[in-house]
Design a protein around this ligand. Sequence first.
Ligand code: SDX
Length: 382
Amino acid sequence: MSDELNLGLDGVLVTESSLSHVDGETGRLIYRGYAIEDLAREASFEEVLYLLWHGELPDADALSSFEDALADERPIDDDVVETLRALAAADETPMAALRTATSMLSAYEPEHPDPEDLDASLRQGRRITAKMPTILAAYDRLRDGDEPIEPRDDLGHAANFLYMRDGEEPDEVAVETLDQALTLHADHGLNASTFTTVVVSSTLADVYNAITAGIGALAGPLHGGANQDVMDILLEIDDSDLDPREWVEEAIDEGRRIPGFGHRVYQVKDPRALILEERSAELADSTGDDRWYDYAKTIEDYLTDEVGLVEKGIAPNVDFYSGSVYYQLGMPADMYTPIFVMSRVGGWLAHALEYRENNRIIRPRARYVGETDAEFVPIDQR
Ligand code: SDX
């Protein structure tokens, strides 16, 4: 038994996995052996989900059946819609609404299998994955006073989300961009939210409990919430008479942490940030609105060249450019972390079920540094 204290479990190995590997030194990310660059450019999000859940890329027939199974599970119960309506009236955040509605799905679970039944648990996780875009699109419309739009079964995962949000056929660039972003966010080793999901699942709690817990963990600004914080900064700069360089100089002088920079594992620029940066630049060109990309790039260049953060191993992570990409697709900032959830649910499910194959409840220790042998004093003498 080790007596060494690892704050934040930094560098602690707790299991073996064949799902994804993050090489922080070289800035490389692979899912089941495939480079993220190949998957992001050549595979659909549905192919990547299949790869994570079934261990291999699907052939055309397997992919078609998988897409149909996901599409069949998209509708949500009317009671869930009415709960979303109530949450919208209470001005809840989309992230909290997604957490609440995802947890509520268990009431309409058709199977209620033994949590140790991994095949049934995978079906449960697939149901949740299929319904999350429906929940999120419905919520975004309800809070704007519009009625939800029923999912279609003839559109892909990303396209159907955009259709349910806007009520019109999504354009190809938006579909391709969102699909690629979902692939980029699908898995990333034992990050905080994935580890949370695995911890809950290691107690043999069911998939609804594990995934709801994962949403809670991802909500934090040190983790999934950073993408919204980056966009808030870009909007702040746009609203102010500060130019991005002045903003970041002030922020560094005040000792502020720049969201979207730094990572527990990557010591160099996150490979996902490189791909999202490209997309942000392409969207700036295609939309003719280059503000968001330019602000982000100016901040990155200042932090890299003037402050030397990258030399210290503090480089752009996946959140630094995702905000400007989503914003240029017309998404409000408070939808970015929920979109992260729509993708990472794939990795959460994969890790929870992989860990179950050789399950052991996760239970670390704390070094006790409190009082010992305290003398009890009855309340009337305290
Ligand atoms: C994600 O783990 C994953 O894989 C996560 C993720 C995934 O796909 O699941 O990649 C997604 O969560 C990306 C990270 C999003 N969060 C942010 O962008 C928030 C800003 N970044 C940080 O707060 C921080 O970098 C963390 C939380 C990401 C990592 O924290 P660590 O590993 O505990 O590092 P640390 O806080 O100990 O910082 C180490 C040093 C410190 O300097 P010193 O005090 O030692 O001098 O780096 C500095 C920090 O001050 N530092 C920063 C910084 N992040 C760290 N300095 C300025 N700006 C920053 N953003």
